[in-house]
Design a protein around this ligand. Structure first.
Ligand code: ATP
Ligand code: MG
Length: 439
């Protein structure tokens, strides 16, 4: 992508409305535009990051055996009356009337709809286990939308729903999602710690929130420092095998949100020098809720003995749009964002430090062509800004690899490669840069 053709409305000034660094940087880097309180347009740079995060989430859900579908954003109120949540959900639910005065709502979550789909087709335990997910916009009319995309009203969520014959099966499904979440967040360069959590309006008796530690987070959390260094399951983890040893390893070290925190247990289990009491950002939550929806909504399957029983369910959310903000909270410095490579809007940027100089222009064009040919996601700053402004923009938008091309270096056949994560620099030939980034 040539920057001269791209749409990157960078702001010079710090936006006053932004209280936390991720919101400030997303606005300054031209990633999002607020259209109403808690409702954002995703501009091209932000949209690229959102798509990369979505893709990692999808790949790990698929790997764990969940099946993707797509449910609509609008739902019938009557469906929610069946579960009793239409009234219970309260003012966070956006209620809508269509032209025939039919009551609709913009879905804040999809337990009811997926249960309705399930019960229409699945009648036998032989079709279980089943885990269905989608990645779809949700609406919750939050009392205090704030912090940009971190607490929006319209936001993108991955939500998966598992169906099993009994509790033992449902726990196996829960464990698969637990492992998939460990892998998902690690691939984005995040440490997201599974912490015991309250089940809230979803209901049920087993839940973990996946929390990224950050001072600006809205959740108070307590954990043993050791939980931060536990190993992430490898990409060939056997989802059909026994995952209990992984779950045990992660759940035997103390980690809990303040809602379920047990001070006495914390103090007896965790030595003083390992006690962490801080704040964090909830990037995902998993629930086992048993027969809560299947009983009220009659989602029954015939068991091996031919008797109909309500299925055991779980639901599993990831805050896809919130993650964009959470990653920035975890990865930035005074100059701007430091994207982990897996989610960066572009992997590399070419900075032409002397636009109009025939040798520099020629070298940049060649590099651009070669990187594109190798499939490297590259942004070529071919604008007529001065060098200082180009450095600042590349740092602000957080491109992991910056290739600085100027007349001095080129005279020796060299360009300078700067790594955004640690600021390290290296002089190398253009051919070596291409080989390195293509590898
Ligand atoms: P919170 O406690 O932050 O309000 P929640 O527990 O109500 O979130 P869940 O129902 O667990 O949210 O939704 C799954 C995920 O969706 C959350 O873990 C979070 O990452 C994301 N999410 C929830 N509410 C919002 C929001 N208002 N804006 C952006 N992301 C959200
Ligand atoms: Mg939650």
């Amino acid at each position: 992508m040539r920057l001269s053709r791209f749409f990157l409305p960078i702001l010079k000034e710090n936006p006053k409305e932004a209280e936390i660094v991720s919101h400030r940087l997303m606005l300054r880097a031209g990633m999002i535009r607020q259209e109403a309180a808690g409702i954002y347009a995703w501009l091209p740079l932000g949209f690229r990051v959102l798509k990369k995060i979505e893709r990692i989430v999808r790949e790990e859900q698929d790997r764990a055996g969940a099946l993707e579908l797509l449910m609509p954003t609008l739902q019938l109120a009557d469906l929610w009356r069946e579960s009793g949540r239409y009234d219970a959900y309260g003012p966070e639910m956006l209620r809508i009337l269509d032209r025939h005065k039919r009551e609709l709502l913009y879905g804040p979550t999809n337990e009811e709809m997926i249960t309705e789909i399930f019960r229409s087709y699945v009648k036998s335990y032989k079709n279980l286990p089943l885990n269905l997910y989608h990645i779809q916009w949700k609406f919750r009319d939050e009392q205090r939308p704030r912090f940009g995309v971190m607490r929006g009203r319209e936001f993108l969520m991955k939500d998966a729903y598992s169906f099993d014959l009994d509790e033992a099966g449902a726990r196996r499904s829960y464990n698969k999602m637990f492992v998939a979440y460990l892998r998902t967040f690690a691939r984005m360069g995040l440490k997201a710690i599974p912490m015991r959590a309250e089940t809230g309006p979803i209901g049920g008796d087993l839940s973990h929130e996946f929390i990224v530690l950050a001072e600006t987070g809205e959740s108070g959390v307590f954990c043993d420092k050791d939980v931060l260094d536990l190993p992430i399951p490898p990409d060939d983890v056997d989802y059909d095998g026994d995952l209990t040893s992984i779950i045990k390893q992660w759940t035997s070290v103390y980690a809990a949100t303040e809602d379920v925190h047990d001070a006495a247990r914390f103090e007896s289990e965790v030595p003083v020098d390992k006690r962490v009491n801080t704040r964090g950002i909830e990037v995902g939550q998993i629930f086992y809720f048993g027969t809560k929806y299947s009983e009220t909504m009659k989602a029954l399957v015939a068991g091996p003995d031919g008797v109909d029983v309500p299925i055991h369910g779980g639901s599993y959310g990831v805050g896809v749009s919130r993650l964009v903000g959470a990653i920035i909270e975890a990865c930035h410095d005074d100059a701007g964002i430091k994207w982990p490579e897996a989610v960066a809007p572009f992997r590399a940027a070419i900075l032409n430090l002397k636009q109009g100089d025939a040798a520099v222009d020629g070298a940049c064009e060649l590099l651009y062509r070669d990187l594109m040919a190798k499939g490297v996601d590259v942004l070529y700053d071919d604008t007529d800004q001065r060098a200082g402004a180009k450095f600042a923009a590349a740092d602000l938008i957080g491109i992991p690899w910056q290739i600085l091309v100027g007349p001095k270096g080129l005279a020796d056949g060299k360009v300078e490669v700067k790594r955004r994560s640690d600021g390290s620099r290296e002089n190398t030939s253009p051919a070596d840069v291409v080989a390195k980034l293509a590898g």
